[in-house]
Design a protein around this ligand. Structure first.
Ligand code: MTE
Ligand code: CO
Length: 425
């Protein structure tokens, strides 16, 4: 790349021809790096940040991202809902790396706005078919042995707008009802054991303290397996948007069941058939019947970079393709990437921790020759379940569904590196 400040500066080609022009070339510099640009004022001139003292400590007692990252924010799609109270915004997946979602970027889904609850005024009740109905304060809960675990949360409606074809231009909007954080909380089993579940107690109703009083039925087997009653998120208290001071964590299962502002758990002998498990969060099939209790989130993946909001700007040559894969059934065993819309597949590299029911980060690096691409990713989980194409999904589920769309996403990359959401399989 020529330095516009100095037409005689060394471009990449003359660097390769002329060898080292003084200075140190790092191992990677011959591939993705640039030639040393003689006369680059960013090197030759003393810059303000080098000349002037900066802010002292405590300028921001609670740190925030750099001002140059101000574009990295959650976004909503105003036409999706009629107001912001019962609405959704989306995690900017294309701006993130690794597997942990920063707390302030976790998408929000509220049915009645954000409840503001002073922790000393919060109570969690366990009632119904138990030996000893109990009420816990937040202080009581913090006296139980606690655990730290990393899980993804995906709204059942994630990718729901894409059922009948490509619609929203960006993985933030097609896949951003997704986050993954470390929770700190008390295993639900410990609280239920304290209350003593009666033998006929096979179901649990979880209820929120917000204006929507979100209620969902959860089978006792799951409640006693890996659910948490969480007060912490990424090492600090839950954010208000995520249910402060207390939320239910239902690993691998649809986000709607992860009741925020959790205030009551009732033990019963059958499901309650609440609105959110009958008229909503059921999957209408082609024959007019509906599937219900489709709790687990199936194996899924998406390429987050490059993608419509993050086009290729550097031209031909080394390109890092990156994305996320996850499964509500456990860990991800393998992720494949295709450059040609699913004709040929190559194995991607999973990097970072591989934790059950958590996001996995994958990379696929190659030399882009500047030709058109149809980028896809396909995840396979530890149970051997393979992410389907959208056509395969529709052949079973039809086109009436909103929820549980785990179909393979395609990004069309044009010769200039511009990217669009398309569908080819
Ligand atoms: N819990 C309560 N009390 N109220 C709600 O509106 N929304 C649910 C679930 N729990 C909701 C709730 C839905 S549909 C989802 S997808 C997740 O919370 C979203 O969690 P988040 O806002 O932390 O991303
Ligand atoms: Co949801």
């Amino acid at each position: 790349m020529e330095n516009p400040e100095n037409p005689k500066s060394a471009g990449r080609r003359s660097f390769l021809k002329g060898g080292l022009m003084g200075g140190v070339a790092l191992a990677g510099a011959a591939t993705a790096g640039r030639a040393l640009a003689a006369g680059d004022p960013l090197i030759t001139e003393v810059q303000d940040w080098n000349r002037l003292l900066g802010d002292g400590v405590d300028a921001k007692p609670y740190g925030t991202p750099s001002q140059f990252e101000a574009h990295v924010v959650r976004k909503n799609v105003p036409w999706l809902t009629s107001d912001a109270i019962s609405s959704i915004n989306f995690t900017p997946l294309h701006e993130l790396d690794g597997i942990i979602t920063p707390s302030g970027l976790c998408f929000e889904r509220h049915h009645g706005g954000v409840a503001v609850i002073e922790p000393s005024a919060h109570r969690l009740m366990i009632n119904g078919m138990v030996d000893k109905p109990l009420v816990f304060t937040m202080e009581d809960l913090k006296r139980f042995p606690r655990e730290n675990r990393v899980y993804f949360l995906e709204c059942a409606a994630n990718s729901g707008m894409e059922w009948r074809g490509a619609q929203l231009n960006g993985c933030q909007f097609t896949h951003g009802m997704l986050h993954c954080v470390m929770y700190t909380g008390v295993p639900l089993k410990a609280l239920l054991t304290e209350a003593g579940v009666k033998p006929e107690g096979k179901w649990l109703l979880a209820e929120g303290a917000d204006a929507s009083a979100m209620t969902r039925s959860i089978p006792m087997e799951k409640a006693l397996d890996d659910c948490l009653v969480a007060f912490g998120m990424n090492g600090e208290a839950l954010r208000a948007e995520q249910g402060y001071p207390l939320r239910l964590v239902v690993p691998g299962w649809e986000g709607n069941m992860w009741v925020k502002w959790l205030r009551r758990l009732e033990v019963g002998d059958q499901p309650w058939q609440q609105r959110e498990e009958t008229s909503k969060y059921t999957d209408l099939l082609p024959d007019g019947k509906s599937r219900r209790f489709t709790w687990a989130m199936d194996v899924k993946s998406v390429i987050t970079n490059p993608s419509p909001q993050a086009p290729i700007k550097h031209g031909k040559g080394p390109l890092v393709v990156s994305g996320l894969a996850w499964s509500g059934h456990g860990t991800i065993k393998r992720v494949d990437v295709s450059l040609d819309g699913g004709r040929n597949w190559r194995t991607a590299r999973i990097d970072g921790p591989s934790l059950p029911k958590a996001l996995h980060r994958f990379y696929y690096e190659f030399d882009w020759d500047g030709s058109e691409l149809f980028l896809q990713s396909r995840a396979i989980d530890e149970q051997g379940l393979i992410q389907p194409t959208k056509d395969q999904l529709r052949s079973v589920r039809g086109t009436n569904s909103i929820y549980h769309n785990n179909g393979i996403q395609t990004w069309y990359v044009n010769k200039d590196g511009g990217i669009e959401n398309v569908e080819i399989s």
